[in-house]
Ligand binder design. Structure first.
Ligand SMILES: *Cc1c(COP(=O)(O)O)cnc(C)c1O
Length: 354
């Protein structure tokens, strides 16, 4: 017997690159190009470092209160974690325990199959249709749980809340998780359904629309019973996962609704302008409701565009995976960043022999 035979072997998720060079135009990990709310800066500057010797509040009380007020939900309907990745990992562990396969789309956030593999949860990837849309009927078979991002990543496609509700209503024997990482950029949240369906968990993050990827704040909304089960798992792992600074700075971000709305509005306006420019250059793409565009060119291979852009210091995301290996996922940056991106793109187009 070799010790290596007893290891839990996993193939980890690979996040987008974080280049050291700060001059890179970073359109590869869907971060917000604008800083967090001004109140966050003030709070960080005023923070008394001596307090760091104390343990933080296990319930992240201040942040929880701000979120409950903002989203009009009860304290018992909220779960907070270290980024939505942490929330989702806990939810997989807590809710997908039946031994039956968990369903999610074949083209989606590529962490889902990693968690399933890690926990040895069986899963089935349901094929999106030709237009990358979710086929509702695929989710109406017996399952051990369902997870769907809405809008979906990396396509940006938003499915109607009515369809989400039908999937939740049709699967009351298992837990349905809706990952709303991008919902603030033009989608309708299905959080209002948590009062109606005990089997629904809605997950959101501060990493994209609230410009705080670096602080790692995510949360989930669901029925009281579901949230209690999730907390039991989390507190069996680690009771102090939310650090003091994240709790306090996150609270400031939630309190400044006007700034939040303004940031989101700017990103949406830039996204719509970039869509026109890309269409003009011969790109096709689904009508994204996220802070990114998933685009393909009719003549030039995505991989080549990806590599040439990178040489120019513009990073976008590319996956060498079936069905999507001719697409680029382009995060929406500031208007200035997108102008530079488009300029490089146009020169790549020009170089290409017709
Ligand atoms: C970015 C992203 C997450 C993870 O976000 P964090 O809160 O930073 O962990 C989860 N789901 C989807 C679909 C995402 O795109």
């Amino acid at each position: 017997m070799n010790w290596e035979d007893n290891i839990r072997r996993v193939i980890p998720y690979i996040p987008g690159e974080q280049p050291k060079d700060r001059n890179v135009i970073k359109l590869n990990t869907n971060e917000c190009p604008y800083p967090p709310a001004p109140g966050v800066r003030k709070k960080a500057e005023d923070f008394d470092y001596e307090r760091l010797r104390l343990y933080p509040d296990t319930e992240a009380g201040e942040l929880a209160e701000a979120l409950c007020q903002y989203y009009h939900i009860g304290k018992e309907q909220l779960f907070i974690g270290v980024g939505s990745d942490d929330v989702l990992a806990m939810a997989f562990l807590a809710f997908f325990h039946s031994g039956k396969p968990v369903f999610f789309p074949d083209i989606t956030y590529s962490f889902y199959d990693v968690w399933a593999e890690l926990y040895r949860i069986p899963y089935e990837q349901k094929k999106l249709d030709e237009d990358f849309r979710i086929v509702k009927e695929d989710y109406m078979a017996e399952n051990g749980g369902i997870i769907i991002p809405n809008p979906n990543a990396p396509t940006g496609i938003l499915e109607r809340t009515e369809m989400i509700e039908e999937i939740v209503a049709g699967n009351q024997g298992s837990i349905v998780i809706i990952d709303e990482a991008y919902v603030d950029f033009g989608g309708e949240s299905c959080r209002k359904l948590i009062d109606k369906y005990e089997n629904l968990l809605v997950v959101q993050t501060f990493s994209k629309s609230r410009a705080m990827a670096g602080l790692r704040i995510g949360f989930a909304m669901g029925g009281e019973k579901l949230i209690r089960y999730l907390k039991d798992v989390k507190f069996s792992f680690n009771s102090y996962t939310m650090n003091m600074l994240s709790v306090e700075l996150g609270t400031e971000a939630v309190r400044d609704e006007e700034y939040f709305r303004g940031t989101v509005r700017k990103i949406i306006a830039t996204r719509e302008r970039v869509k026109k420019e890309l269409a003009d250059m011969g790109f096709t793409f689904p009508d994204s409701k996220g802070n990114f565009i998933f685009a393909s060119h009719r003549d030039i291979p995505a991989k080549r565009i990806f590599e040439e852009l990178k040489q120019q210091g513009v990073y976008v995301r590319y996956w060498e995976k079936p069905r999507i290996d001719n697409y680029l996922r382009i995060t929406i940056g500031t208007d200035e960043e997108m102008d530079i991106f488009i300029r490089h793109l146009r020169s790549i187009m020009k170089k290409e022999p017709a």
